[in-house]
Design a protein around this ligand. Structure first.
Ligand code: SF4
Length: 766
């Protein structure tokens, strides 16, 4: 029997702190996964649904973008957090019109994102008109008419922004960008603007394509894997199995992270005997680097590799690769030889021994993979840092070689697919021309707004309509006070959602909630079950088929919502066959095949045993479609993050019981934080040096030099293993501390991993 939604919200006074865990997963992961699943779905639905996750004829996990094995799939082809993601979506709890009648918008605004998310699946389209105190039901037709009238009433299509969450499937993403471009704007902010935009920008400049060059099978062929700025144990848990397999083949793993994350230390794979007998060690070496020190690390290693080459010419630098396939080597070599290792030690907080040890492993490696995530991308110099990591691989000829390459690990299940389908505010002319040719429309050519620019536009009154295709914009974005005011500044906000979240309670003068099907739900159009497709972190595109009966007959698929809105907005004469697309998703895929590079014959290929792999010229043929036609070494000036006196550098992060802005529960058991979320993890020596004691209640204030005081209050100080001068706390609770203009150079990604803060004792107010 599933359990009904919790009535009470988070009570931080119940917060408990215990010792961090030293091994991820294990039997506990299985019990937690099943407990959460049964709580939300009941026993029978749990059994049916979990048996289908990530199976070839099942549905794709709505969690992260870690790929499925190309060979045998395990009966339980999911992790603890995958089970939680499925349970969240396939819950039997519902948020009905009666719920909204009972809870005013003011009351709901006072609730945490956790409480809102726990209430269940949205069942009916709802509207909140200016002055209303409660959301009320609206028909689909009236909802579409309201949106279409408002959009048509704008002075310019550029006064609207159309946001995409990475859960959106390929078919929806393709049609959504087609609707937006048919409407006349490129304002297509998406969640990757906040996560791997820096990776895309760096890789396009270095190797000519913004995607990783590694396949899942490369892990077992690698002899060295560097995992930098990533916490796989929580954010990509099945990656631990791939790392375990790599180690079984003799690979060494080096973890580079300010925090000794549990999944980097040990792993108990509950699907193996070892998982019950102590598990395995993941990281052979752990470099506890200071926040923002990664660029210095990669430059220091570059210098040491050149010195190793000097000592044994021809053994370190892959001359054949460098000469044949790269440009900019001489400038890079000059830059590296000038690196001051003493500065590198200061910037990284690492010792010379740490650097030498790592450089030795790099120099001896025959096949190196470098994996990374937000720890690198959400830095002011994130793009240059990723270029430096790529430089090391170019130097060693580690691109387009089995067991080697670049591996940005994507956070959201289809964030990479959305970009491939055209969800980007600056798609190349080739794509726009193909789109126009296919549909007889004229797409706008002026680049649109990404996420940060969209917030600026809404803040400044240049953005009047916000449409969110999934996601939780207000909680995923920085500078919460500014973002909330920007959304409230809108004439209309529209959220296409499965679950209730804070973006429904922070709204424009008029607000619409459009309830949609999830990945687990059966999607029948014209009496035929439809399938959607997604692309994982390693460019594999495969089908996903939901089979659960939707919790309400008022739910519409994302594809149907886009097609029905388009027909209302553009009328029956529009050249795009929206109704046909809605009736048969194969037709959408045929159009994708004609427009999207690498997708020819999409329908046949996607029905392959594992779907199909999109082309990656550097991986497939050492072909680099860059401005030089070669892989580019980047010669960057070194930047790192000294800690101002009496201050700390903060990184925001997820708990183990969270996925992006979705809070599954209050148990970050890997870090020993239970029943609460308002904590700031600080090195015990810093706690003392700054005049505090563990367990003190503090306010956290960020400093950005723009004269604005950004503050969050009532956080518990927790002593934790992190480099001196660094701190960590959960988002979205600390997103108010991140200035909107605190962005990564060249990618405009919010810098959530490097915020200067000070702590003040919290003064209880009545
Ligand atoms: S690793 Fe990611 S995709 Fe795989 S089951 Fe876990 S959350 Fe889902």
């Amino acid at each position: 029997m599933h359990r009904s939604a919790p009535k009470s919200d988070i009570d931080e006074s119940k917060l408990e702190v215990t010792a961090p865990k030293t091994a991820a997963a294990g039997v506990k992961a299985v019990t937690v996964a099943l407990e959460r699943a049964v709580e939300e779905m009941g026993v029978a639905r749990t059994a049916r649904t979990l048996a289908r996750v990530n199976q070839r004829h099942g549905f794709d996990c709505p969690g992260c973008a870690w790929p499925e094995p190309t060979g045998r799939r395990r009966p339980a082809e999911f992790c603890e957090n995958g089970a939680k993601a499925v349970a969240e979506e396939a819950t039997l709890r519902t948020v009905t019109p009666e719920f909204f009648a009972e809870h005013s918008i003011d009351e709901l605004s006072g609730k945490s994102g956790y409480w809102l998310g726990q209430q269940g699946r949205l069942t009916h389209p709802m509207v909140l008109r200016e002055g209303d105190t409660h959301y009320s039901p609206i028909t689909w037709d009236d909802a579409y008419r309201l949106i279409a009238d408002t959009l048509r009433g704008l002075d310019s299509p550029d006064e609207a922004a159309f946001y995409t969450s990475g859960r959106t499937a390929n078919e929806t993403a393709f049609l959504y960008q087609l609707l937006v471009r048919s409407f006349g704007t490129n304002n297509l902010p998406d969640c990757s603007n906040m996560c791997h935009e820096s990776s895309g920008t760096a890789l396009v400049s270095s190797i000519g394509i913004g995607k990783g060059s590694v396949t899942i099978d490369d892990f077992a062929r690698a002899d060295l894997i560097i995992v930098a700025g990533q916490n796989p144990g929580t954010n990509h848990p099945r990656m631990l199995s791939a790392l375990g397999e790599a180690k079984a083949h003799g690979a060494k793993v080096i973890a580079v992270n300010p925090l000794p994350e549990t999944g980097l230390i040990g792993f108990k794979d509950p699907q193996t005997v070892k998982g019950f007998t102590g598990g395995i060690t993941i990281a052979d070496d752990f470099l506890q680097i200071r926040l923002g020190g990664d660029m210095a690390l990669f430059q220091g290693l570059g210098k040491l590799l050149f010195e190793a080459e000097d000592r044994a010419p021809g053994t370190v630098v892959d001359r054949a690769f460098v000469d044949a396939h790269t440009a900019g080597f001489a400038e890079y070599e000059k830059q590296m030889r000038a690196v001051d290792l003493a500065v590198v030690e200061q910037a990284t907080g690492l010792t010379r021994e740490d650097l030498d040890r790592t450089a030795k492993l790099l120099a001896e490696s025959k096949s190196t993979i470098i994996c990374w995530a937000m720890g690198l991308t959400q830095q002011v110099h994130g793009v240059a840092t990723i270029e430096e990591a790529t430089n090391l691989l170019l130097l060693r000829g580690m691109i387009g070689k089995p067991g080697a390459g670049v591996c940005p690990v994507r956070g959201h299940s289809n964030v990479q697919g959305d970009r491939t389908m055209g969800i980007w505010e600056k798609m190349p002319e080739t794509f726009l021309a193909a789109l126009d040719r296919e549909f007889g429309i004229t797409s706008p050519r002026e680049h649109g707004f990404d996420t940060v620019d969209a917030i600026r536009a809404m803040r400044d009154g240049r953005g009047k309509v916000f449409v969110g295709m999934g996601g939780n914009f207000v909680s995923a974005t920085p500078d919460t006070e500014v973002t909330e005011a920007a959304l409230r500044n809108c004439e209309l906000t529209v959220q296409v959602s499965t679950k209730l979240n804070r973006s429904h309670v922070v709204h424009g003068r008029t607000a619409l909630i459009l309830p949609t099907l999830g990945r687990t739900d059966e999607d029948t159009q014209g009496g035929v079950r439809q399938q959607v497709s997604v692309e994982d972190s390693m460019s594999m595109v495969h089908l996903s088929t939901g089979r659960l009966t939707p919790v309400s007959d008022q739910l519409r698929s994302e594809v149907a919502i886009v097609c029905e809105l388009a027909q209302e907005l553009f009328g029956p004469e529009h050249p795009v066959p929206w109704a046909e697309f809605q009736r048969d998703y194969d037709k959408i895929r045929d159009a994708i095949a004609n427009v999207v590079p690498g997708c020819a014959d999409y329908n046949a290929k996607v029905r392959g045993r594992n779907g199909f792999q999109l082309p990656h010229p550097p991986r497939d043929a050492r072909e680099f479609r860059t401005d030089t036609g070669k892989a580019n070494f980047a010669a960057n000036d070194l930047h790192w993050l000294p800690v101002p006196e009496g201050r700390l550098i903060l990184q925001t992060l997820r708990s183990h019981d969270q996925y992006n802005t979705t809070i599954y529960g209050l148990d970050d058991r890997y870090r020993g934080i239970h029943n609460g979320r308002r904590v700031v993890l600080v090195n015990p020596e810093d706690i003392t040096a700054l005049g505090f004691a563990e367990d003190d209640l503090v306010d956290v204030i960020s400093e950005f030099g723009d004269g604005v005081e950004r503050k969050v209050t009532g956080f518990r100080l927790v002593g934790y293993s992190t480099p001196r001068g660094n701190a960590a706390a959960y988002y979205p609770e600390t997103n108010p501390l991140i200035p909107l203009d605190h962005v990564a150079l060249r990618s405009n990604t919010p810098v959530s991993k490097a915020v200067t803060i000070r702590l003040e004792h919290h003064v209880h107010t009545a």
